[in-house]
Design a protein around this ligand. Structure first.
Ligand SMILES: O=C([O-])CC(=O)C(=O)O
Ligand SMILES: [Mg+2]
Length: 216
């Protein structure tokens, strides 16, 4: 489905990320379970296709993997109702929300934005485009990640706190969702550091896998 992939990568549309959308992940970083979605953006320059390496951002020694289900918007909308939100999904992809945890921790302490911790070049590795008919229910997918063959993250999208239609509706109350936009729906527990030379492999069971190496 190369055309589907190019539709969302080559248009260079925005990447809207949801944080703390799985309670075990909120807990493992000492955060409260949110009562409304935590939203942040990555710039389009953070996209990384397979075959290219993830690179440590400037000033970080603690780069974490976060594997996430990505939702690709197929029909634009502003203030979309939850009841019609699924009609706006054009497909899905596997994605990584690479995070400079040391920079994020510093910013969290100061109450400042996470942009540099989350938005550096190569912070959004993505897999190929998954057509919507392959995923009749986005809340019933096993999602996993290995670092050098050691299993680190194993979750299921059924454990999302805020479900996909709610997220689409919530985000679009504030910003227009455009065709090709990508929503990262948050990571399950098991996030952790990677080192230069590591190989990250991750997947949506039965649907997608992808592999990325890490560079200094
Ligand atoms: O950095 C974080 O912990 C927030 C986040 O992206 C997630 O939960 O997926
Ligand atoms: Mg994340």
């Amino acid at each position: 489905m190369a055309s589907g992939l190019s539709r969302f990568v080559e248009l260079g549309r925005k990447i809207v990320c949801v944080g703390r959308n799985y309670s075990e992940h909120a807990a493992e970083l000492g955060n409260k379970v949110p009562t409304e979605p935590v939203i942040f953006l990555k710039p389009t320059t953070s996209y990384l296709k397979e075959g290219n390496a993830i690179t440590f951002p400037h000033g970080s020694d603690n780069l974490h993997h976060e594997v996430e289900l990505g939702v690709v918007i197929g029909k634009p909308g502003f203030q979309i109702r939850e009841s019609t939100a699924m009609e706006h999904i054009g497909g899905y992809t596997l994605a990584l929300d690479m995070t400079a945890r040391d920079i994020q921790d510093k910013m969290k302490k100061k109450g400042l934005p996470w942009t540099l911790a989350k938005g550096f070049d190569s912070s959004c590795p993505i897999g190929s485009f998954i057509p919507p008919d392959k995923i009749p229910d986005p809340h019933d997918i096993e999602i996993w990640l290995k670092v050098n063959d050691a299993m680190k993250q194993q979750g299921n999208t059924k454990n999302m706190i805020f479900k996909v239609p709610f997220l689409i509706s919530f985000i679009s109350q504030f910003m227009t969702l455009e065709t090709g936009d990508l929503i990262l729906t948050g990571t399950p527990s098991g996030v952790g550091p990677v080192s230069p030379g590591d190989v990250i492999t991750c997947g949506l069971t039965g649907l997608a896998t992808m592999t990325f190496t890490v560079n200094k």
